[in-house]
Each structure stands twice: as C-alpha cells, then as structure tokens.
Write a protein that binds this ligand. Structure first.
Ligand SMILES: [Zn+2]
Length: 102
C-alpha cells in the first residue's frame, strides 16, 4: 500500500486500525473502518476475518458463534444476514436470470 504521495505505508491494527505513511513529513493516514459498515464498530479485524472464513465454510451457527466468537444470538443473526446481503448485492444483478439459493 502506498499513500497518495507514492510512499510506502505500514498497517497498524489495534486501537486505531489504519494504514500510515512511513515517510517523515508526510504521515498520511487511511483508517480502515472509515466509510464502511464497521465505522462505528469495535469488533476486532481478527474476529471479522474469522467470521467471514467461518461463514464461507458454513460454520456460523448460533452455537458456533457463541463459543468461538463470543457473539450473542442477535449479533450472530445480524452478521449472517449482513453477509447474505453482501453476496446478493454483489453477485445477483437484476435481469441476469442468475439465482443463488441461500
Ligand atoms: Zn506519504
């Protein structure tokens, strides 16, 4: 990743999830959550990645998410619905005749 000035950036995950330019005097910053569904969320990226991996492999039952991700029932339902919505929005365009059974 490079900043708008063409300098190398480093990734920082933790308190502030961001890409930051390494060049002194530039230090441009790109926040990973800004203008995304996660902007006001405090969920760690590792948890998000684990959920997406689990969802793709059809492991995201209520029981699994409670045990492995420490999600409550409603969060698990919300995340599953959100993932389903993303797939529908991304891959099913009106008028294509393509259907996805979810
Ligand atoms: Zn820079």
């Amino acid at each position: 990743m490079v900043c708008s000035g063409g300098h190398a950036m480093s990734l920082s995950l933790g308190i502030k999830d961001r890409w930051r330019c390494c060049k002194k005097g530039c230090m441009k910053t790109v926040y990973l959550r800004k203008n995304t569904y996660l902007e006001n969320s405090k969920i760690s990226f590792s948890t998000i990645v684990l959920f997406i991996y689990s969802w793709v492999n059809e492991y995201t039952s209520i029981k699994f998410c409670e045990k492995e991700l420490e999600n409550d029932h409603s969060t698990t339902v919300d995340w599953n619905n959100y993932m389903r919505g993303c797939i529908i929005k991304q891959y099913i365009a009106p008028g294509t005749g393509f259907q996805l059974n979810i």
